[in-house]
Design a protein around this ligand. Structure first.
Ligand code: TMP
Length: 233
């Protein structure tokens, strides 16, 4: 089975089954488009387990994704899709880049969830792009953009509820979508503390990659605590 793609946190392999890929989660963590990079033993296992649980949880609530099943501590099988090169970010609470870009105070609660699109392009540093840019670049049609926004909001509603049950607040997250052979757009990639900001409801504790970005704690302890909470549900 050959390696098809290696990203910052995952390797993707072909399998003997047509249309099915094997994803291996790596023990690597990066921030700032690779500016900060470390090998952290056990991180791949945690992200694979967390993503698998979350994809199963949202599936049970009617949201399909590329996820098929977890096959080992660090691996899962997924349906093959052509990834749309857009990072779709949903924000419930201001943090991260939007505080710098638009001056919102960290912690400001948005009146309704905000959806933003970033162009997945390492050379350009993943810039924020408008819906017109997306159409100019032929990344998605007007109807597809509408579908992506509605899907992102529906996924947000399910994830907010999940986090609420864990006594956590979902601040923001990034998702990616892909097109399958018949052109249908489905949720892909991962949903984990690498791709979300998650705050405790009652304290300043956070359960996400900001502990690595800001050097405020151990990524393994943080992600393990989050996984334990998920498993208690
Ligand atoms: P941002 O505040 O840096 O724009 O990030 C918003 C959310 O998206 C945050 O939960 C982290 C996530 N994210 C990724 O997963 N990958 C990325 O490359 C970026 C820029 C953000």
């Amino acid at each position: 089975m050959s390696l098809l793609y290696e990203g910052k946190a995952k390797r993707i392999f072909s399998t003997e089954q047509p249309g099915v890929l094997r994803v291996e989660y790596k023990d690597e963590v990066t921030a700032g488009n690779g500016a900060k990079k470390d090998y952290i033993e056990g991180k791949g296992r945690l992200n694979n387990q967390i993503t698998s649980r979350i994809f199963n949880f949202i599936k049970a609530r009617g949201i399909e994704s590329h996820f098929i099943e977890q096959t080992s501590e660090t691996e899962q099988l997924v349906k093959s899709v052509d990834i749309i090169p857009l990072e779709v970010v949903v924000r419930n609470i201001a943090a991260g880049s939007i505080t710098k870009r638009l001056g919102f105070e960290k912690g400001h609660e948005f009146e309704s969830p905000l959806v933003e699109f970033f162009y997945k392009n390492d050379n350009l540093n993943d810039p924020l792009i408008t819906e017109d840019h997306i159409q100019l670049l032929h990344l998605a049609s007007e109807e597809d953009i509408e579908l992506l926004k509605n899907a992102a909001k529906a996924i947000n509603a399910v994830l907010v509820q999940l986090m609420d049950e864990m006594e956590l607040r979902l601040v923001d997250f990034k998702i990616e979508f892909g097109r399958n052979k018949s052109g249908q757009i489905i949720l892909a990639d991962e949903i984990s503390p690498d791709t979300c900001r998650i705050w405790d409801k009652y304290s300043d504790t956070n359960f996400d990659k900001d502990v690595y970005r800001e050097d405020t704690g151990s990524i393994i302890e943080t992600y393990q605590t989050f996984l334990n909470k998920l498993e208690e549900l």
